[in-house]
Design a binder for this molecule. Structure first.
Ligand code: 5RP
Length: 262
């Protein structure tokens, strides 16, 4: 039941519910990864089941693919879909220009490819994800395993000349093993504190041999939907500059929560 959900989950749910309302019959939809995106997949599954909504989903991770199938959503690869109408994903941080840090869940590579191959990217978030300046959340970069220590040293050297507050670089672990992405790569987390010039950083990081992709999403996100625990939602559109406010009825979600065994 909704009463058992934490305020943060209610906020994530509200944003997810609003975003899923944007999906129409026949759309090809990119499905993000993470706890907020998981709400979106569940709500979308509910619409597929209850309304007979016909859509094709392109997941950004094996985790999301598994959940989407479980929810009865038709899943195809990006190559099968070719191009997407809309991608809905969570974020670790967003700023006023809707630039993002993503990859806290380790799926940044597929997430960036899928979002970039979409007409529109909508980010769903709770209010805690909004920042004045990106960088408090450690910036993930995906690197290949071969020579990863040399790659890390080159990244550290490169950071010396850039406008950032901190320069610690750590290898993400999964227990006592390096975390492995869906592509079998590793993740380095860059503890930067503050990123003075995200656009420049995103460009130079990808020049380092061994770096596959970085978690800065610059000029990719079109809209952010911010959910609140009381059901209020705010939609900001970077292209039009518009801000729309609405409300999601949380009481209507009780079936979904019951289905999920909450
Ligand atoms: C996964 C991501 C997620 O979107 C990001 O980490 C946010 O996750 P959550 O919704 O659980 O806070 O980038 O790679």
């Amino acid at each position: 039941m909704s009463a058992n959900l934490s305020p943060i989950d209610k906020a994530k749910f509200a944003a997810a519910k609003r975003a899923v309302a944007l999906i129409e019959n026949g759309m090809r939809v990119g499905l993000g990864t993470g706890s907020t995106a998981a709400w979106m997949v569940r709500v979308l599954g509910e619409r597929v089941r209850d309304e007979g909504l016909r859509i094709t989903g392109v997941p950004t991770s094996t985790r999301t693919a598994d959940l989407a199938r479980e929810m009865g959503i038709k899943v195809v690869t990006l190559d099968e879909a070719k191009w997407l109408d809309l991608t809905i994903d969570g974020t670790d941080e967003f700023d006023r220009d809707l630039n993002l840090i993503k990859g806290g869940g380790g799926a940044l590579l597929q997430e960036k490819i899928v979002a970039t191959a979409s007409d529109r990217m909508v980010v769903i978030a709770d209010p805690g994800k909004e920042v004045a300046q990106l960088g408090a959340f450690p910036l993930p970069i995906e690197v290949i395993g071969f020579g990863w220590q040399a790659t890390r040293a080159l990244v550290e050297e490169m950071l010396v000349s850039l406008d950032v507050l901190g320069r610690e670089v750590t290898l993400r672990m999964n227990g006592d093993q390096p975390y492995a992405t869906d592509e079998g790569n590793r993740i380095l987390d860059l503890h930067l504190g503050r990123i003075g010039n995200p656009r420049q950083l995103a460009l130079v990081l990808n020049q380092v041999p061994g770096v596959v992709e970085n978690g800065l999403f610059i000029d990719i996100c079109d809209q952010v939907i911010i959910g609140h625990a009381d059901g209020r939602v705010e939609t900001r559109d970077i292209r039009t500059g518009s801000v729309e406010r609405g409300r999601v009825e949380l009481a209507e979600t009780e079936n979904l929560f019951a289905d999920l065994g909450e």
